[in-house]
Write a protein that binds this ligand. Structure first.
Ligand code: AMP
Ligand code: MG
Length: 191
């Protein structure tokens, strides 16, 4: 039996990864192509809840680094068992009090073996605005420069993940009022 396609989708908090994924999956369904979308953070959060160490998914990035890595490893092992077309909604790096934590360190990449890593990006001012208007999440209050640094660092990390696994890296812009452009690029990639 052939193993499905594995697409990792990343982007800084508030860039609209989940929105792009949901709309792309909907468009593909109409063509009879099915993907299962897995949220890496949700997998980690379920493990963290079982251990009663957090109440909110946005508390996880403040946990001790070793605890985050342990949750990350467990989530990767769970996701690795899925043998169908999957979209993994996650982060290239997580901004923690101790610095940028790699979202896909070698042991995670070895489990997931992605075919492609997508970086969803947009202008920093748009991200700032999206974070401010999202009342459902405890987003970090970062300025324009910090968001710019984070997006740039994510590109460096995506390059290193690509060197490590041989996967491709695809950059998709999710600009204000142009969601349909991001979706059509994503659909083309997933088809
Ligand atoms: P999200 O809903 O995508 O913003 O993810 C929620 C939280 O899950 C993030 O703030 C991180 O704490 C954690 N998370 C998600 N993906 C990863 C990953 N690959 N490695 C480490 N932590 C992650
Ligand atoms: Mg999301």
């Amino acid at each position: 039996m052939s193993i499905g396609k594995k697409v990792v989708i990343t982007g800084v908090p508030g860039v609209g990864k989940t929105t792009v994924i949901d709309a792309s999956m909907e468009a593909l369904k109409a063509e009879g192509i099915s993907y299962t979308s897995i949220n890496f953070g949700t997998c980690m959060f379920e493990v963290a809840c079982d251990q009663s160490i957090v109440n909110d998914r946005d508390e996880m990035r403040k946990l001790d680094q070793e605890v985050q890595k342990s949750l990350q490893k467990t989530a990767a092992q769970v996701i690795a068992k899925i043998q169908e077309n999957i979209i993994i909604d996650t982060h290239c790096t997580v901004s923690t009090p101790g610095g940028y934590l790699p979202g896909l360190p070698s042991w995670v990449l070895q489990e997931l073996k992605p075919d492609v890593i997508v970086l969803v990006e947009t202008d920093e001012d748009q991200i700032l605005k999206r974070r401010l208007s999202d009342t459902t999440r405890s987003r970090d209050m970062e300025g324009y420069a910090a968001i710019k640094d984070h997006q740039r660092y994510n590109r460096y990390m995506a390059a290193s993940y690509s060197m490590f696994t041989g996967c491709t890296v695809k950059i998709i812009k999710n600009l204000d009022f142009l969601l349909e452009n991001a979706v059509s690029e994503m659909v083309e990639l997933l088809r």
